[in-house]
Design a protein. Structure first.
Length: 480
């Protein structure tokens, strides 16, 4: 059977074949020449995989810290924004948002000097974490219950050019590979009326320049930047323009030197202005095909790069620079699967679009259940959750009871079965008043489920090591 996709590829490949030996200018206004079309396509495809996390991060930074009219704006650089609520369907800038913990968010500008982040004393039974993510989407460190304990402390965050030592009073130094960096604070919310306690903790999160911390004169302010406007919704249409912009703020490293040189050969990189409209018809076809095939490879990796356990994809995609070690496909898969995810030791994220038999989850056609046998709830030192997303957008969905997840703090209100097991009801309509406490509302469409285990237990039964642990998530079962 020939599909529209096959026809598109055939036409694009035909165009490439006709022009394989030609060379076209990147823009009408430049004399730079491209490699032949086949080579340009290969570079663009590799560039898509390499650049996807950078572009996604750049667009989120624009919406959260630069464009005050974005509808998603949080706060300017070097100011903490405390959300006194959990994520809802109104939050659309980041896919698969966590709705377990109120966020505090801080975009750091480390160009002029390092910044000092301070955390307050937090009670021992409340989970919190401070995750540092740079412009490469590398997780470069943690503060929090697991990583540093619940005592108060001051921590230094430095940019790629910092050469100084560790000042007195600083417990630890975290080093970003990029001058702009995201800091995500997650503070556990036990139940809705606990929000006032969370707000008090959030008020204790502080950020200040190192000069202020040391009571010294401040260095000169960094130059103002006219950022290229970008939105998460505009990534597909403006991908390489956004990549040009993002790469200005991502210094070259040993791992990405070669791919960046190859991208420069087709006019992509810092200080360049990629303009799709100015390309020849043949090169437009090459770029479109490259992006499509690059995206397909990312999807294929997401579908097969983890271990399938009872229909759930279980593995580890998130980590630091050494973790990725130049594996751009894994990094792209991590970004597309759930941007800004945690290291496996901090959180595990089994996810699925299928039931236990491999059939796609579809709330418009079927009802489903997930049953945890007695004594076999997800093994986490902090807490666990199962969150419902729209299968197409990977965003939270509106529903009549405004419930986007079921998590461990909700257990006292939930009903267990006679044998001690716990069943979750996954469906678009209420399963009935007697079961509604266990109901996770589903969309009238495709379903995407993500399980979260915060601070997973390292000893059996455990989901660690990723994909090989002794605890296995139970499959989603179709019931009608």
């Amino acid at each position: 059977m020939i599909t529209k996709r096959d026809l598109f590829r055939s036409a694009a490949l035909a165009a490439l074949t006709v022009t394989a030996t030609k060379s076209f200018p990147l823009h009408a206004q430049t004399s730079a020449k491209w490699p032949n079309v086949f080579e340009a396509k290969a570079i663009a495809e590799e560039g898509f995989t390499f650049g996807l996390p950078l572009v996604m991060n750049y667009a989120v930074m624009q919406e959260f810290a630069v464009d005050k009219n974005s509808g998603q704006f949080k706060a300017p650089f070097n100011e903490i924004n405390n959300e006194h609520r959990v994520a809802t369907p109104a939050d659309t800038a980041v896919i698969t948002p966590n709705s377990d913990t109120p966020y505090s968010m801080l975009w750091l500008d480390l160009r002029a000097e390092p910044m000092v982040i301070s955390v307050p004393l937090i009670e021992r039974d409340r989970y919190y974490s401070v995750q540092f993510i740079d412009g490469n989407t590398y997780n470069y460190g943690y503060i929090g219950t697991r990583a540093t304990g619940t005592e108060p402390g001051d921590y230094l965050v430095v940019g790629p050019d910092w050469k100084g030592g560790t000042p007195a009073g600083i417990r630890k130094v975290f080093s970003s590979t990029t001058p702009f960096s995201l800091t995500l604070f997650r503070t556990q919310l036990f139940k809705p009326d606990d929000i006032s306690n969370v707000e008090k903790i959030q008020a204790g999160y502080k950020v200040q320049p190192l000069s202020a911390y040391l009571k010294q004169p401040a260095p000169p302010a960094p130059p103002k930047i006219d950022f290229l406007p970008a939105t998460t919704a505009g990534i597909k249409e403006n991908f390489f323009q956004y990549l040009d912009a993002a790469l200005q703020f991502v210094p070259v490293t040993q791992e990405d030197k070669v791919i960046r040189e190859r991208l420069a050969s087709i006019g992509i990189g810092p200080g360049k202005t990629f303009d799709f409209k100015e390309l020849s018809l043949e090169h437009k076809a090459a770029i479109l095909l490259a992006m499509k095939e690059g995206d397909d490879k990312v999807d294929k990796f997401l579908a097969s790069g983890m271990k399938n356990i009872n229909g759930w994809n279980v593995g580890a995609f998130f980590g630091d620079r050494a973790f990725y070690n130049g594996n751009w496909l894994m990094r792209a898969g991590a970004a597309k699967g759930g941007l800004y995810g945690n290291d496996a030791v901090e959180a595990m994220y089994p996810y699925t679009r299928s039931d236990a038999t491999g059939e796609p989850l579809d709330g418009s056609k079927f009802n489903y259940t997930i049953t945890f046998p007695a004594g076999e709830l997800p093994p986490a030192n902090a807490f666990w959750s199962v969150t419902m997303y729209d299968g197409k957008s990977q965003l939270l969905i509106k529903n009549p009871i405004n419930r986007y997840l079921i998590n461990a703090p909700m257990l006292p209100e939930m009903k267990k079965n006679a044998d001690g097991s716990l069943t979750l009801y996954i469906q678009k309509d209420s399963p009935g008043a007697d079961k509604e406490a266990n109901w996770l509302p589903a969309p009238n469409d495709k379903i995407y489920l993500v399980m979260r285990l915060y601070w997973p237990k390292p000893t059996p039964p455990s989901i660690l090591p990723p994909g090989e642990g002794t605890w296995k998530p139970p499959g989603v079962t179709k019931v009608s």
